[in-house]
Design a protein around this ligand. Structure first.
Ligand SMILES: NC(=O)c1ccc[n+]([C@@H]2O[C@H](COP(=O)([O-])OP(=O)(O)OC[C@H]3O[C@@H](n4cnc5c(N)ncnc54)[C@H](OP(=O)(O)O)[C@@H]3O)[C@@H](O)[C@H]2O)c1
Length: 261
């Protein structure tokens, strides 16, 4: 897919990794819907930065745990742009919680944002992509952001890990069922951005990087360039690309062992 003048929606794009993906797409000429939940100020700043790249950018809010707000998000997107070419499901929660303390409400809250919302967004996106698609157009693209908890069993992240494993499977099912008009892929980033509270220049993050096969941590832009690659290569669907410096080769207890060494 040529990216100039395509329309992309990135959820959770006000800051951090979602912003990096939105920026990478905008740098290639995509117009952007910058979805945000609570970070309005950061979303407006992101819109200014993307607009300065010469594309049209629009910030739209939605609490993704509410199906109605997802519908409204897509209605507003459709009213403004009239079409959608790329959806990146980046918004997510990420909070550890011991297995035995997870209530039904805790479970539902994480599933609603990390799994149900990407599903509902994909439904809406596929509708728009298929409705506006002419025979000669390339397929639309959905990119789901997962993490290593989708493929290995992290203690302390039961509902998070199950939600990301579900999202990975949703990627494969969507890729089959929505083909040939929509491709669905996943990106699995590793240590590309320290969690809030940890400094990117700090010792702990640097030491984490040294334990990886590539010997260093990565950058958010490397996730952005992967989204661009997936958008450009129309022959990839149902796949997941690990952008983790080889961390998936090391096993589930790797980070904890690295912290305690
Ligand atoms: N950071 C990493 O190193 C890393 C590694 C592997 C995978 N990933 C995956 O990559 C994606 C982005 O990572 P990140 O670190 O940038 O994520 P993040 O900062 O934890 O969250 C991204 C955004 O999700 C939005 N969000 C959360 N709950 C929401 C809700 N109910 N409604 C609407 N928006 C909601 C928040 O938007 P507002 O701030 O506007 O409320 C937040 O900015 C996630 O799917 C994550 O699992 C990240």
């Amino acid at each position: 897919m040529q990216l100039k003048d395509r329309v992309a929606l990135v959820t959770g794009a006000a800051h951090r990794l979602g912003k990096a993906v939105a920026t990478a797409l905008a740098e290639k000429g995509c117009h952007l819907v910058v979805h945000y939940g609570t970070s309005k100020k950061e979303a407006m700043q992101t819109v200014d930065e993307l607009s300065a790249l010469g594309v049209e950018a629009l910030a739209l809010p939605a609490d993704l745990s509410r199906a109605k707000e997802i519908e409204e998000l897509f209605s507003r997107l459709e009213a403004h742009f009239g079409k959608l070419d790329i959806l990146v499901n980046s918004a997510a929660t990420f909070q550890p919680q011991p297995h035995q303390s997870v209530s039904a409400e805790d479970w539902d809250r994480v599933m609603a944002v990390n799994l149900r919302a990407p599903f509902l967004c994909t439904q809406q996106a596929a509708r728009l992509m298929l409705e506006s698609r002419r025979q000669e157009d390339p397929p639309g693209l959905v990119v789901n952001m997962v993490d290593l908890s989708a493929v290995s069993a992290w203690p302390g992240y039961v509902q998070h890990g199950v939600s990301k494993a579900g999202l990975l499977h949703l990627t494969r099912i969507g890729a089959r069922e929505l083909a040939p008009g929509v491709r669905v892929n996943a990106i699995l980033p590793g240590a590309v951005l320290p969690p809030p509270g940890l400094d990117a220049d700090g010792m702990e993050w640097r030491r984490m990087g040294e334990t990886l096969p590539v010997g260093r941590t990565g950058e958010p832009s490397q996730v952005g360039m992967t989204a661009v690659f997936l958008a450009r290569n129309d022959f990839i669907t149902g796949d997941v690309i690990f952008v983790d410096g080889g961390e998936h080769l090391l096993g589930a207890g790797h980070r904890r062992a690295a912290r305690e060494s």
